[in-house]
Design a protein around this ligand. Structure first.
Ligand SMILES: [Fe+2]
Length: 132
């Protein structure tokens, strides 16, 4: 799924990161579809995990600064994603690139990122713009 400017919140730094997250997601999906080596998948997951954490931190900072009422809900969503991501990585480390891992990454993981950005984060965008 390609980035669309209708997903922009109107906060330049966050929008740039969301765009980048979509890009990493697309790369991951394309790689899984065409076939990648486990080392490549490992590198991609490292990149995605680091980027997601960096992004969540920045987003939460903006939410706190604007006293966003949905902050706690967002923190919980971010935390649950981070925990689930760690679980999937552990599974991959222990069992390798199994069909289950590939399906989980292609479905659950990439879907979560897209849905989070296009649904939950949009509510923050709406709030943020109303405050301006
Ligand atoms: Fe978020």
């Amino acid at each position: 799924m390609k980035w669309n400017k209708k997903y922009a919140l109107g906060i330049a730094v966050i929008d740039a990161q969301h765009k980048q997250l979509f890009h990493i997601n697309d790369e991951l999906e394309a790689g899984l579809q065409t076939g990648i080596r486990p080392e490549e998948l490992d590198a991609m997951l490292t990149r995605l995990g680091k980027y997601a954490v960096r992004h969540f931190t920045l987003e939460e900072k903006h939410m706190a600064a604007t006293e966003y009422p949905g902050l706690v809900e967002q923190q919980e969503a971010h935390r649950s994603f981070t925990a689930r991501f760690a679980e999937i990585r552990d599974d991959f480390t222990k069992n390798g690139m199994t069909g289950t891992i590939i399906n989980t990454l292609q479905g659950e993981l990439t879907d979560w990122i897209r849905e989070h950005v296009t649904i939950m984060d949009q509510q923050f965008g709406k709030y943020y713009n109303e405050q301006q």
